[in-house]
Design a binder for this molecule. Structure first.
Ligand code: AHR
Length: 498
């Protein structure tokens, strides 16, 4: 099979957004406890954070982290997680049917983000709480000092304000599973008033209204329109969440095409937001924060059935090579829509549906799905180019005829580097891809790295942590005006050209 990719530096979609490479740490399962935080671990630092997990998060190139939920946040009192640890209450967490010890709270999170070099993104509880609690939290976090909450933060050892810019106004409030679930009108009003009050206290905040939990929600579309009708002027983003897995997709060929769903989800949310903008005669554009996305086989790794364990194993999916290729394809989609998706968080960072795994008192390792994220975060720089691929389609049950090749190209004017990120979705056939370099004379292939495996269900485990690993391809080269690149079936690649 052959495919041709055309590109030109003059045709730009948008800047690569650093926030595209966000992640998510929720008090869910073992993401916090024995994930990023385990005071008794041999690598723990003075704050109880695991250095081995921190190092892997840095290597992965995470740029922003959303915290503390997720479903968890909709029943959470942020004050439980501040002050001396021995005075912090142990609570029931209805979202994950767990006991929450509150040993890790906002102060520890901010210390972790500083060590990891990532931007904090904080979700507030609009399920069981409202405007006043959001204002107290904002004052505790961001006010320099001289007031009740800011002085309390200083007394807790955090002299410097946390400087949190990006705030999620609740989580998945459209979902009946959410504590304090609301109608779109109820939520839109609450989001508007919370945002208005927060902005009265501090300018320059970036606020995210909850969009739909996924594009199959019965209220999808109506939810976004009604919510934005109420809070359009007060917010900057509408969120989107999506999870995919092979079992729900029905078959591997359909699963590999999951990004088709994400693509139309993004386009539908953007058009709905623009429709409300037009109705309100507003020149402002609402962007999308895709603040939960990943592969997650929910049915296989659901909530605990025993009563209220602390940090149980929840959502500990082991990711296959095929999962990693889909993760790569979802990242390609986010990058291709960098004009509207200006922030995104892969959910989550460690243990709970995560590219990283760790064991209590044990090792930490990279899942197969670590690699596409790490590659794209490290190499996608400068501008996203508007590219076109002419190539074969393949049939699949769920999406019909789908392009075999899915790609995005970034161009960094500073280093002159072009990077092609590309997935071959075909189950059996390799594809010979020609990358047209007429507009980039003299360019050579610097590096072509492939993630593939003869077993598409191969995975990295504690026993075999490096089973699925990227490899360098030696045969890719420029021939005339084209770079010739061979893409194995079910694979993720990046090709650097300069
Ligand atoms: O990321 C896991 C869960 O998925 C989050 O808590 C929730 O927001 C979503 O449904």
């Amino acid at each position: 099979m052959k495919a041709q990719l055309s590109l030109d530096p003059a045709f730009v979609v948008a800047d690569v957004r650093r926030r595209t490479f966000g992640s998510f740490v929720e008090h869910m399962g073992r993401c916090v406890y024995t994930g990023i935080f385990e005071p008794r671990h041999e690598t723990a630092d003075e704050d109880g954070h695991r250095r081995d997990v921190l190092d892997l998060a840095r290597e992965m190139g995470v740029t922003m982290v959303r915290y503390p939920g997720g479903n968890f946040v909709s029943g959470y009192r942020w004050e439980d997680g501040i002050g001396p640890v021995m005075h912090r209450p142990r609570r029931l967490d209805a979202a994950w049917h767990s006991a929450e010890t509150n040993e890790h709270g906002i102060g520890e999170f901010i210390l972790w983000t500083r060590k990891a070099g990532v931007e904090p993104n904080y979700a507030i509880n609009l399920g069981t709480r409202g405007v006043q609690e959001a204002l107290d939290l904002l004052e505790y976090a961001n006010h320099p000092g001289g007031t009740y909450w800011s002085d309390l933060r200083i007394a807790h050892g955090h002299a410097e304000p946390f400087g949190i810019k990006m705030w999620c106004l609740g989580n998945e409030m459209d979902g009946p599973w959410q504590t304090g679930h609301k109608t779109p009108y109820e939520y839109g009003r609450l989001a508007a008033e919370t945002a208005r009050a927060m902005r009265q206290r501090q300018s320059g905040l970036e606020l995210v209204a909850c969009g739909s939990s996924n594009s199959s929600m019965p209220t999808f579309g109506t939810w976004e329109a009604t919510v934005l009708q109420e809070c359009y002027d007060q917010v900057d983003f509408i969120s989107a969440h999506a999870y995919y897995n092979e079992r729900a997709a029905g078959d591997l060929a359909s699963f590999l095409a999951s990004a088709v769903d994400m693509e139309s989800f993004i386009e539908d949310v953007a058009s709905t937001a623009d429709h409300i903008g037009a109705k309100l005669r507003s020149r402002k554009r609402i962007n999308i924060s895709f603040d939960e996305w990943n592969v997650w086989d929910n049915a296989a790794t659901g909530t605990p059935t025993v009563d209220w364990p602390s940090a149980p194993r929840v959502g500990e999916d082991t990711y296959t090579l095929a999962d990693a290729v889909v993760v790569g394809s979802l990242l390609i989609t986010l990058l291709r829509h960098s004009d509207r998706v200006t922030a995104a968080c892969q959910a989550q960072l460690v243990n709970a549906l995560a590219p990283l795994r760790s064991e209590a008192q044990g090792m930490a390792w990279r899942q197969a799905s670590f690699w596409p994220f790490a590659h794209a975060s490290r190499l996608a720089k400068g501008k996203v180019l508007d590219t076109h691929v002419v190539g074969p389609n393949y049939p699949n049950e769920r999406f019909g005829d789908t392009p075999v090749i899915h790609s995005v190209v970034t161009h960094d004017e500073e280093s002159s580097e072009l990077v092609v990120f590309v997935v071959n979705r075909h189950l059996e056939e390799p594809v010979e891809l020609s990358v047209g370099l007429r507009a980039f004379p003299g360019y050579r292939v610097v590096e072509h790295v492939i993630l593939d495996d003869e077993d598409v269900h191969a995975m990295n485990t504690e026993q075999e942590p490096d089973r699925v690993q990227p490899r360098r391809a030696e045969s890719s080269q420029v021939d005339g005006e084209d770079a010739q690149v061979l893409l194995p079936p079910v694979s993720w690649s990046f090709v650097r050209l300069r």
